[in-house]
Design a protein around this ligand. Structure first.
Ligand code: IDP
Ligand code: MG
Length: 158
C-alpha cells in the first residue's frame, strides 16, 4: 500500500559533497542527515571532477566573477556525487543544506553548522526538478542508479 504511493510521489535530486566536505571528514555526517530524514540513496560515487564537468555543471554561473575560482575549487580534490530520492526531495534537500552563504545559513543546516565562508560551503544540491534531471544525467549513467525501495518505506510514507 505505502509502496504504491511512494512510487507515485518519488522525486530525485543531485547532491554533491564538495572537496572541502570530503577533506574535512564530513561525508558520513552529511549522508547521515539525508538518511535520517527518510530520503533514499539511489546512487553514489567518488569523482575527481574534470574541468569540463565542473564548467558544464556550473555553466549558469559562467559570467560570474567567482566562476574561475569555483571551477578550481570543485576540481581540487575528490567529490562525493549522489542521487537521493523521496517526496519533495529537491526543495527539502535545499533546506537541509541551507543558504548559499554559510554565514547566513540557519544553524541546523549543513552549511549553517559546518561552514564559515561562501567559497567553502561544503555541498551542492539541485535547485529545481528540471535542474536535478539535468545534473543527474550529467554526473551519472542510468545504469549507475539503483531503483530500490527500503523495507521501511511504509514506516516513512503514509
Ligand atoms: P547554491 O550552491 O546555493 O545553489 P549558487 O548561487 O548556485 O548557490 O552558486 C553556486 C556555487 O558557487 C555556491 O554553492 C558557491 O560554492 C559558489 N559561489 C556562489 N557565490 C559565490 C561568491 O560570491 N563567492 C565565491 N563562491 C561563490
Ligand atoms: Mg545553485
Amino acid at each position: 500500500m505505502g509502496v504504491v504511493i511512494y512510487t507515485k510521489i518519488m522525486e530525485r535530486t543531485f547532491i554533491a559533497i564538495k572537496p572541502d566536505g570530503v577533506q574535512r571528514g564530513l561525508v558520513g555526517e552529511i549522508i547521515r542527515r539525508f538518511e535520517n530524514k527518510g530520503f533514499v540513496l539511489l546512487g553514489l560515487k567518488m569523482v575527481n571532477v574534470s574541468k569540463e564537468l565542473a564548467e558544464e555543471h556550473y555553466s549558469v554561473h559562467r559570467e560570474r566573477p567567482f566562476f574561475p575560482g569555483l571551477v578550481k575549487f570543485i576540481t581540487s580534490g575528490p567529490v562525493v556525487a549522489m542521487v537521493w530520492g523521496g517526496e519533495g526531495v529537491v526543495a527539502a534537500a535545499r533546506k537541509i543544506i541551507g543558504a548559499t552563504n554559510p554565514l547566513t545559513a540557519e544553524p541546523g543546516t549543513i552549511r549553517g553548522d559546518y561552514g564559515a565562508n561562501i567559497g567553502r560551503n561544503l555541498i551542492h544540491g539541485s535547485d529545481a526538478i528540471e535542474t536535478a534531471q539535468r545534473e543527474i544525467s550529467l554526473w551519472f549513467k542510468e545504469e549507475e542508479l539503483i531503483d530500490w525501495q527500503p523495507a521501511l518505506t511504509p514506516w516513512v510514507y503514509e
